[in-house]
Design a protein around this ligand. Structure first.
Ligand code: MF3
Ligand code: CO
Length: 250
């Protein structure tokens, strides 16, 4: 069942989104060779507390951290760890912020120090694929239109799209209906209505889209060990078009 949100509820989610964006902007400044994702996680925990918010991921299905930190070939749900980041790594920091009971979810990939041209291009294409999807998030379109736009863009440039993890509805809980796949045919799936709030969060790989699950039963990584990146926004479908609740550009 898709839970539609009122304008006021969307505003509440935007407040959560603003705190999340502020956290990402601080993370961008912190990321450099030598810092660990453990330290970033600690920072986020404290930053959210200072802003009257809580990390929704902590305790979610037994997950123990405020953030997911997925390095290089890790696709998603990497555990923050004490081992320092190295020059040339790429790392995706994903978090869900709860502010007064309403959630926002946004992942962002960062380069550590100086990264290869190949890695930089992956980040660029992955971010652009997210915005290709967002363009389709308009009343009257279907979920499949978002999926198709992302897949055709990324595959057209020779990249692959992860299939085992999707975007999702979000509101007062992390995962609501509908699923938002990042691949598949246009014109299929639920029709987009005013008041729907979803995440779009393409995970794009340099090599195969196939993934393998770590022994921790959380972390997915690429089967071929090549790089994976991810950008995610929380988006409200409004009469005026897609409203990015986790926008870093305003
Ligand atoms: N932020 C993740 C997503 O985009 C959800 C995290 S699940 C958790 O779907 F278990 F890591 F918390
Ligand atoms: Co997320």
């Amino acid at each position: 069942m898709i839970i539609l949100k009122s304008k006021e509820q969307i505003e509440n989610m935007r407040e959560a989104g603003k705190i999340l964006v502020a956290a990402h902007k601080e993370i961008r400044k912190l990321i450099r060779p030598g810092i660990s994702t453990w330290e970033i996680d600690q920072f986020v925990d404290q930053f959210l507390a200072e802003h009257g918010a809580t990390p929704e991921q902590k305790g979610y299905n037994g997950y123990e951290f405020a953030t997911c930190a997925s390095i290089n070939d890790e696709i998603c749900h990497g555990f923050p760890r004490k081992e320092p980041l190295k020059n040339g790594d790429i790392v995706t920091i994903d978090m869900v912020v709860n502010y007064k009971g309403w959630l926002a979810d946004s992942a962002w990939s960062y380069g550590v120090g100086t990264i290869s041209d190949e890695a930089a291009r992956l980040l660029e294409v992955t971010k652009a694929s997210l915005y290709k999807g967002i363009e389709q998030a308009v009343v009257g379109n279907r979920i499949g239109d978002i999926s198709h736009a992302i897949q055709s863009y990324a595959e057209g440039l020779g990249y692959s799209v992860v299939r085992d993890f999707t975007g999702h509805g979000i509101g007062q809980s992390i995962h609501e209906d509908p699923h938002v796949p990042h691949y598949g045919p246009a014109g299929r799936g639920p029709r987009l209505k005013e008041g729907m709030v979803i995440t779009i969060e393409p995970m794009i790989n340099i090599g195969t889209y196939h993934d393998t699950m770590d022994d921790n039963n959380w972390t997915a990584r690429t089967l071929d060990g090549k790089l994976s990146a991810q950008y995610e926004h929380t988006i409200a479908i409004t009469a005026d078009g897609p409203l990015i609740l986790t926008n870093q550009d305003e």
